[in-house]
Ligand binder design. Sequence first.
Ligand code: XIL
Length: 298
Amino acid sequence: STLGASAAERGGRYFGAAVAAGKLGDSTYVNILNREFNSVTAENEMKWDATEPSRNSFTYTNANRIVNHAIGRGMKIRGHALLWHSQMPGWAQSLSGSTLRSAMNNHVTQVATYFRGKIHSWDVVNEAFADGTSGARRDSILQRTGNDWIEAAFRAARAADPGAKLCYNDYNTDGINAKSTAIYTMVRDFRSRGVPIDCVGFQSHLGTSLSGDYQANLQRFADLGVDVQITELDIAQGSGQANIYASVTRACLAVSRCTGITVWGIRDSDSWRVGANPLLFDASGNKKAAYTATLDAL
Ligand code: XIL
């Protein structure tokens, strides 16, 4: 079997990969993508700097390379990411206050409207919480427009594409800790006040160990009435890599609202974590032990 087919047999889940448009001409890469995965995330091509390089002028050429590849093969598409403090275009970085808020709302509306009907789940807001024990929002120019910027973004995204699941996505949320609890509290508040949020993404950029409460953390979010998704999984190479891939996969399967897993690249040589060899295929495209462990866990 394959990762995608096995995940589909497990309650209609998906197994996806982050894809770079510039690699769609690499036959080894594309053969693995088409064989193993039934969902894609654009690794960079839907980010703010890529889609709106100058104010209110939108460009979707590279995003569409990925979208068209996916649609032609019946793959789901995760939209990533409408708003993030990183990879913002220079023009937006120079704004503040109500001007930035207007530009932000326009960006969300325009991009979500453009892709309406094609996106399974949108990462509406990415990485808005601080690391460490504060439980605070991350300081950013978006945050400085007012604490309600996140809910404003979710409302704009819902209006633009009512059919897409709207997710909040973050990292270092792999167990029950101050950061994940702050996000949990925000999601609970959004649900109680009717702010449209449907899912929480757990990036899961992991080292050589896994929090013992990884599954319990997914479950507490699911219990709020949102889906959970593993959105950017990669795990540092080490003696435990295969086992941790299997544990993450089993954790998702054990949570009925965990609807899919995405790995952040295909081959180790495609990874943003240079030298970590954190993916399921080696640089030549061969299946690693981590691949077999993942497939066996599905
Ligand atoms: C990374 C990409 O993989 C790199 O190519 C790019 O240079 C930087 O961004 N969290 C996220 C992703 O949400 O968008 C990031 O992707 C990895 C961390």
